[in-house]
Design a binder for this molecule. Structure first.
Ligand code: SF4
Length: 433
């Protein structure tokens, strides 16, 4: 009998891909179909994020709402990173929750579903060889995991605790999954990992593809695949061979995420990021030299313990020098089981919030200039989403969102588009015939 699944996904792209795997397994093995109506659903899953305190606090109030409005017999499951680090505490605080399934244990969804109050949060579980059923919300593009977990120990980050040590997925499985998604209509793939350019470092078998640069090259050989994107690389592993492949391979989109976190070398040391301000600036300059039109996005934390006004000025200096196209910025949020949670020299909230506003205000000015300069330029746009008012949307090679007049006839097509109107978040244009 068909059953209804309501799933809410918080957090990063890895969580989005985990939710796609959950949906695929549940629809194939239990005949669930998706609904966005909680009251109709037989199973409610929240795939959680622990990168900051706020989403964790929100979890229990949300679970309370689910319990109130759900069908009596409907089940509730908590998945993702908060499931990994809170585990059975979730059931203690919310006994109406039926199961807790941690990140890295997605392949065990059947076991969780069939066991009342199951708590499955093994952060050493290796599902890197598990082939999940297929589910893609958008057939024109595919996200493909290349590794699970992280080997770093950045002092502010809970990911190694919730997703465990890094395991690279064998390259033959990655290539097979990309080939399958191309056969199903995708021309673009997003390769996913906490640290994609650390790929393959633990492989012992010499016949394997042993690093990310080689993997990119191999994936680009797949017939029918037009575009490759990836997230998230680590600045430390951006060696010249990687940047050369990035710049010279026409299938690799010229958009790259280079997470800075702080512009101060002193703070980067305290964060255990492993690189300096100079190395970061050098890598960004190299990217812009090898591939001038590349868009660079970044992550920045302000208010990290010990951050002085001078340290913050270094962050603002990097912002000026690199002129990021996209910025994800936050006030430092102490996370359990992390080194920095025990650091003394905390930055008060007022100062941290003031720094965040200053950073975001200056970035907005930079972004407005970047977007205004797009007027009259031409971009190759891959159309993959119908919009209202006879519009269709797609992404330019550099990641910018572009709208044009058009419909089904453009879906799945890559077309040259001249930009006729600009705004802070997207561009409007006309398809060149
Ligand atoms: S590299 Fe650092 S910030 Fe990124 S997931 Fe790993 S520990 Fe977290």
């Amino acid at each position: 009998m068909e059953k209804k699944l309501y799933i809410e996904t918080l957090g990063c792209a890895m969580n989005v891909r985990d939710s796609e795997h959950l949906i695929a397994e549940l629809s194939k093995k239990y005949n669930y179909t998706l609904t966005d109506d909680i009251k109709q659903s037989d199973l409610i899953i929240i795939n959680t994020c622990s990168v900051r305190e706020k989403p964790v606090a929100k979890l229990f109030s949300e679970l309370g709402v689910f319990a109130k409005i759900k069908k009596t017999e409907a089940k509730i499951g908590v998945c993702g990173c908060t499931a990994s680090h809170l585990g059975s505490e979730i059931i203690k605080r919310a006994p109406f929750v039926d199961f807790v399934l941690g990140a890295r244990n997605v392949s065990k969804i059947s076991e969780a579903l069939d066991t009342k109050h199951a708590v499955i949060i093994d952060t050493e579980h290796d599902e890197s060889n598990y082939i999940f059923e297929e589910y893609r919300p958008n057939p024109y593009k595919a996200m493909v995991n290349i590794s699970i977990g992280c080997d770093k120990s950045c002092a502010f980050c809970i990911v190694p605790v919730t997703r465990g040590e890094e395991i690279s997925i064998p390259s033959n499985l990655i290539i097979a999954e990309v080939e399958r998604s191309v056969q199903n209509g995708a021309k673009e793939v997003m390769l996913l990992g906490q640290n994609v350019n650390n790929y393959g470092r633990r492989f012992t078998n010499k016949s394997d593809i042993v690093n990310f640069t080689e993997l990119l090259h191999a994936v680009s050989k797949i017939k029918g695949l037009e575009r490759i994107r990836f997230t998230s690389p680590h600045p430390l592993h951006m060696d010249d061979a990687f940047l050369q492949e990035f710049a010279s391979n026409p299938k690799i989109c010229k958009q790259i995420h280079v997470p800075l976190q702080s512009g101060s070398t002193e703070i980067l040391k305290a964060m255990k990021r492993g690189y300096t301000k100079e190395w970061f600036l050098d890598r960004c300059e190299r990217i812009r030299t090898l591939a001038p039109n590349t868009t660079i996005s970044t992550d920045i934390i302000v208010g990290f313990p010990g951050e002085s006004e001078e340290d913050f000025e270094h962050t603002m200096d990097v912002l000026e020098k690199v002129r990021f196209d996209q910025l994800f910025s936050f006030v430092y949020s102490p996370r359990p089981h992390t080194l920095a949670a025990h650091f003394d020299n905390k930055v008060d909230n007022t100062t941290a919030s003031r720094r965040l506003s200053e950073l975001q205000a200056r970035h907005t000015e930079i972004l407005d200039k970047i977007m205004e300069s797009q007027l009259g330029t031409t971009h190759k746009v891959y159309f993959d989403e119908l919009k209202s008012n006879s519009k269709i949307a797609g992404r330019a090679d550099d990641g910018k969102l572009v709208f044009v007049n058009g419909g089904e006839e453009l879906l799945g097509e890559i077309k040259d588009v001249t930009i006729t109107k600009t705004s802070r978040s997207l561009l409007h244009g006309e398809v060149l015939s």
